[in-house]
Design a protein around this ligand. Structure first.
Ligand SMILES: [Zn+2]
Length: 417
């Protein structure tokens, strides 16, 4: 007999979280990493789980962990959860959907008095969004041992505040984050539910997805040096136009990704700065930010290398100087088949035909997978929109995904050692 998640309870919880938003910050939800509002959201999560009888603690990174004891005190834990911070002017589902699903899962297990052998842990990670400090998944990187005190001092937000300073301001000692590291022996598995942030499920008319791979990302900044001069006085053949070279690069980036032999590579120029930025001056300099996402590490690196090579050649032809600066390199993460198969089988039990798909965005799950086998459940995003106030997921789809999450965790409980 399956235990069905309640859409009304999920909606009410989403409303509670959405109300925790920076006032006067414009449309949508603004609840940035390591701010008092993010802590308030964690306190709501902690209180809900404590009400359900879970033992709740906050670790040195600001992650909140709530545990329902299992019948075998020696068994490692099975976990679920996501994040509660947002980008500026966000929607109300990114991360929050998985946190609300975790609360609802705990409630289903308590209400139906379901016995489970492993302890079940409900987790919300701090600072998942890279919007404030340029680094995504800070809380989950810390538990996986991938981010330490030195990194926290180096990464800064637009106001010059370091991650370490922001953590201190909300009551955490960045020197102690090593204490938050998870011991693989203490974990049996983890599943994160998240909104898709793409339109694959919607376009296929599916309500639940199971993730097989989380995309990697190669991020680059190109600096182009042209020759600024008068737009009327300079003949076309005597120009070194940094803006024209930048335009050529935007199109060749698109072309490389469109023609990538192995499927799944996406490449984007998301930002261009042109100087001096005057209608009557030929651009003397341009900066471009390039994001290459791949599902295969070799293909991702090949596409990035081809973009750099062709951009350099295009600039050379135009007499424009070119340099490429690496910003970040994250390989794609294939999630383990064992957890994925359990989630797909759980869907089948519930009469759901899921789509197995890749995640274009990065997630806490990929960091957690360094510690314990991890899976992901996706629910549809309306029109594929995310990181925008228009972000939306049908509450019945979120409830269905939550039903799969709860049943999947219990199936893992039965199958994992
Ligand atoms: Zn997210």
């Amino acid at each position: 007999m399956s235990r069905l998640a309640d859409p009304d309870r999920l909606r009410a919880l989403l409303d509670t979280f959405a109300a925790l938003s920076e006032p006067d910050s414009g449309p949508g939800v603004t609840r940035l990493a390591y701010t008092p509002l993010e802590r308030d959201a964690h306190a709501v999560f902690a209180a809900r789980l404590a009400d359900l009888g879970a033992v709740v603690r906050t670790d040195a990174a600001g992650n909140t962990l709530a545990e329902l004891a299992g019948t075998d005190p020696a068994a490692p834990a099975i976990g679920t959860g996501s994040h509660l911070d947002s980008v500026p002017n966000a929607g109300r589902f990114d991360g929050i959907a998985g946190a609300a699903a975790a609360v609802e899962t705990a409630r289903l297990i308590r209400e139906h008095e379901v016995a489970h052998r492993h302890p079940l842990r409900f987790v919300v990670f701090a600072a998942e969004e890279g919007a404030r400090f340029g680094q995504a998944c800070t809380g989950s990187r810390i538990v996986a041992g991938l981010t330490g005190p030195d990194d926290l001092r180096e990464k800064r937000d637009a106001e010059g505040v370091s991650l370490a300073e922001a953590m201190s301001a909300v009551g955490f000692d960045p020197a102690l984050v090593g204490d938050a590291r998870w011991d693989p022996a203490d974990w049996a598995g983890f599943v994160e539910l998240h909104i898709e942030q793409g339109a694959v499920l919607e376009s296929e008319g599916r309500r639940v997805g199971v993730v097989d791979t989380i995309s990697g990302s190669t991020r680059l900044r190109f600096e182009l040096t042209g020759r600024a001069s008068h737009s009327g006085g300079t003949p076309m053949h005597l120009r070194a136009d940094a803006a024209a070279a930048a335009a050529e690069i935007v199109l060749l980036v698109e072309s490389v990704a469109t023609h990538a032999a192995a499927g799944g590579t996406r490449a984007t120029v998301g930002r261009i700065d042109i100087a001096p930025g005057s209608i009557t001056t030929i651009a003397g300099a341009a900066s471009l930010w390039v994001d290459v996402r791949g599902l295969d590490r070799g293909e991702q690196q090949r596409a990035a290398a081809e973009i750099v090579e062709r951009a350099a050649a295009a600039c050379d032809r135009r007499g424009v100087g070119f340099t490429s600066h690496p910003l970040a390199e994250t390989p794609p993460v294939p999630l383990p088949a064992a957890v994925r198969d359990v989630l797909v089988a759980t869907c089948a039990d519930l009469g759901i035909d899921p789509t197995v798909l890749a995640s274009g965005a990065s997630h806490d799950a990929q960091q957690v997978n360094h510690v314990t086998p991890t899976g992901m459940i996706f629910v549809p995003s309306r029109d594929g929109i995310s990181h925008d106030p228009a972000e939306s997921t049908d509450i019945d789809d979120l409830a269905l995904g939550t039903t799969v999450l709860a049943a999947g965790l219990l199936r893992l409980d039965a199958e994992l050692p």
